[in-house]
Structures are given as structure tokens and as C-alpha cells.
Design a protein around this ligand. Structure first.
Ligand SMILES: *Cc1c(COP(=O)(O)O)cnc(C)c1O
Length: 390
């Protein structure tokens, strides 16, 4: 059964919970109390000194040193409001991708843009369509806005265009698709994206979340910017949290039709992106050599880790992005492996909230981190727990 639907049941009456004994208290808008808060990856373990964090898909080698320098360079100007329009950064993104900067909007992470788009285009009575094992933020934010998240079945942990299209109703307002998807690491070829778009009526917004696009080398992949350039109902989202490794600064961007971007600009906070994020983002974007180094590193060590885990007998599907899905025999096996790794200071991501509790998601880190991870899982597999002394 679909846990997401159970957890985010928007039909549950709210007033009974919050209006007790005739006492009147402020009641949030429909949907908000149905939200199960998003649980981010841990970053510490009590009693363990050295932590290897492979839980949140943050870039393997850290940000470009030029981005770090740019963020330090802003330290003396923290009293100044940022440019509310992110003009320099949008101009640079426009140049890089051949896009009209007026049709780009920046956000405090792409999560903020997902929030704004949902708030602007869907509310109570509306349906937000997503694929079964998609990024959890989609149903969470739909629920928070009082809309009904509607999951479509997947095939082999991959979004299925026919299933998505079959779930459309008169109430569908937004279709969210992370491509590639987190946490499954699967993607749809561009031909399938075009088929999905062609099957949607013009009044349904298609949001293509391309958080991992910068890692993609497959010839049949496209982030959808080309489609968004022509269509009135497509938005493509990118983030600086993954390959650019600036998750802590919160920076993402979206491109869409001028009408949609105009709506986002009305809803967003005037100064939603900090000056430091804008400067660091610009420097990161311009340091193409660093991005290339991270991409090459990630592909190499992803491959190495997948091969090593398979040799140990783990069930690791093919995938893309900067993370690896590893299937275990069952939930107990995955939980035991996670606990075993934690005793060695290795934090990976448990996927219970995604209804994939028998699997763990492992971010591709440095060479040393990948070797520690493989050593850890080898020791777990061999059934000889040898937790290292702290
Ligand atoms: C990490 C991630 C994001 C990025 O979120 P930010 O708010 O930009 O940090 C968006 N979508 C997916 C699918 C992700 O995995």
C-alpha cells in the first residue's frame, strides 16, 4: 500500500484536533497539520568522532575554491540587502544555457521554488501528480498547500509516463517529475518527457526537477530546458546544492514561460536569495574546470563503488546521479547494515519515508570515503563486526 497517501491524507478533519474543550486557538490552513515533516540526513552520531556523511547527496569534493573565496569576500558587506532580482547570476545562467534571463528566477534552493509553484498553482480540491518513488518534497509540499498528492505507479523504480497520464483528472494542476529521480537514481529519456508533455492539457503545469542534470552524460537525456523554451506550461528546476556543493547557502533556479516566472516573482520573497549565495553561485558556475573535475570524480567513484558492492553480493541497480541505491534482503537487513555502518561513523540514508525501507541510499563522496564505505559493508556482509576504536 502507498504509505505516502496514508500519511498525507488531506481528508482528515483538522478542527477536531486543534479546537479542544471549546477553547479557541489559531488553526492553520487546510493540509498543514497533515504534513509529516521532512527528515533530513543525520550529520552526527553521539560518541563517534570522525563522521563520513554520505546521506544527503552533497557534492563529493566540496564547492569550487573560487566559490568559497567569493562567499568570504562578502563578509564585510553583510549589512547590505542583496540584489532582489539576482541580476548577475541570472545573466550568467542565461549565457551558459542560452536562455532569456528574464525567464529565469532564483530561489533559496529549488525546494523554495517547488514551494512557490505549488502554492501558486494548487490548493484545496486540486491534485498534484507525481511518480510513486519520487522526491518526497513533492507530496509534502502539495499537502502543506491543501492540495491532494496523487502518486502514479512506477516500473522498475522508474517513472512511467503512461501511469502518470492515466492518473490525470479534471483536478490535476501540477505534474512533478524529478529527472533523474532521487532516491531511485533512474531517469526518463527526453523522448518520454516529450510524450508526457504532449499528453498533458495546456492548463496543467509540468515541473521537471533537474537537480542531478549536471552529472548526466547519457545521450538520450535532456533536462527539458528546450521544451520549457517553447511551451507555456513547463518549468525546469536546477540547484546549486548537488554538483556545485553549495547546499548550505540555499540556491536554486528555475526557467519557464514569462507568465509562469512572473507568477513566481510575485509570490517569492523580495530578497529570497542571500547576497553570499548569489556571489558564490556565480563563482561556482564560472569555475567550469572544478565542475568537470567533480563530474568525472563522481562518475569514476560511482562506478567503482557499484562494482565493489556487487562483488560483495549486494543488489545494486544501475543508476545515475551522485548517489547509489543498495537493496538489502529485507527491512531488518537494511536497518542492521545502517546501524553497523553508523558504529563506524558512516552515515547513509535510510529510505523508510520513501517506502523503500529495505534499501539504503549512499552518496558518492571522496575516494577515501568510498573505500571506507565498501570496507564497512564488506565487514557487515562477512558477519564479523569489528567496530573501529574511537
Ligand atoms: C537535492 C534535491 C533538490 C535540491 O534541493 P535544494 O532545495 O536546491 O537544496 C531538488 N530536487 C531533488 C530531486 C533533489 O534530490
Amino acid at each position: 500500500m502507498n504509505v505516502v497517501v496514508e500519511v498525507y491524507d488531506t481528508e482528515r478533519p483538522l478542527t477536531a484536533d486543534v479546537k479542544k474543550d471549546g477553547i479557541h486557538i489559531p488553526i492553520p490552513r487546510p493540509g498543514i497539520l497533515n504534513v509529516t515533516p521532512y527528515v533530513a540526513g543525520d550529520s552526527s552520531i553521539p560518541g563517534v568522532r570522525r563522521i563520513v556523511k554520505l546521506a544527503s547527496n552533497e557534492g563529493a569534493l566540496g564547492p569550487s575554491p573560487k566559490a568559497v573565496a567569493a562567499s568570504r569576500g562578502n563578509a564585510d558587506s553583510l549589512c547590505r540587502y542583496p540584489d532582489g532580482g539576482c541580476s548577475q547570476l541570472r545573466a550568467a545562467l542565461g549565457m551558459r544555457y542560452g536562455l532569456d534571463p528574464a525567464r529565469i528566477v532564483c530561489g533559496a534552493g529549488s525546494d523554495e521554488l517547488i514551494g512557490i509553484l505549488t502554492r501558486a498553482y494548487a490548493g484545496p480540491g486540486d491534485e498534484v501528480l507525481y511518480s510513486r518513488y519520487a522526491f518526497l518534497m513533492f507530496p509534502i509540499i502539495a499537502t502543506a498547500n491543501g492540495a491532494t498528492p496523487v502518486p502514479a505507479a512506477e516500473r522498475n523504480l522508474t517513472a512511467d509516463v503512461d501511469a502518470l497520464l492515466s492518473k490525470q483528472t479534471q483536478k490535476t494542476r501540477i505534474v512533478y517529475l524529478a529527472n533523474p529521480n532521487n532516491p531511485t537514481g533512474t531517469y526518463l529519456p527526453y523522448s518520454e518527457i516529450k510524450r508526457l508533455h504532449a499528453g498533458l492539457p495546456g492548463n496543467v503545469l509540468l515541473v521537471l526537477d533537474a537537480a542531478y542534470a549536471e552529472y548526466m552524460v547519457a545521450a538520450d537525456y535532456h533536462d527539458g530546458l528546450e521544451l520549457a523554451r517553447e511551451a507555456e506550461n513547463v518549468v525546469v528546476l536546477h540547484t546549486f546544492s548537488k554538483i556545485y556543493a553549495l547546499a548550505g547557502l540555499r540556491l536554486g533556479w528555475g526557467f519557464g514561460s514569462s507568465r509562469i516566472i512572473d507568477v513566481v516573482n510575485r509570490v517569492r520573497g523580495t530578497f529570497n536569495v542571500t547576497a553570499t549565495a548569489q556571489l558564490a553561485g556565480l563563482a561556482a558556475l564560472e569555475d567550469r574546470a572544478w565542475t568537470e573535475k567533480v563530474r568525472a570524480h563522481t562518475i569514476t567513484w560511482r562506478r567503482w563503488t557499484v562494482d565493489a558492492l556487487r562483488r560483495l553480493g549486494f543488489d545494486v541497480p544501475d543508476g545515475v546521479g551522485n548517489f547509489i541505491l543498495c537493496h538489502f534482503a529485507d527491512v531488518a537487513d537494511a536497518d542492521a547494515a545502517d546501524a553497523f555502518l553508523r558504529r563506524r561513523g558512516l552515515i547513509v540514508r535510510k529510505l523508510g519515508p520513501y517506502s523503500l525501507a529495505g534499501s539504503l541510499r549512499i552518496t558518492v563522496g571522496t575516494e577515501e570515503e568510498m573505500r571506507l564505505l565498501v570496507d564497512g559493508l564488506a565487514a557487515y556482509r562477512s558477519g564479523q563486526p569489528r567496530p573501529r576504536a574511537q
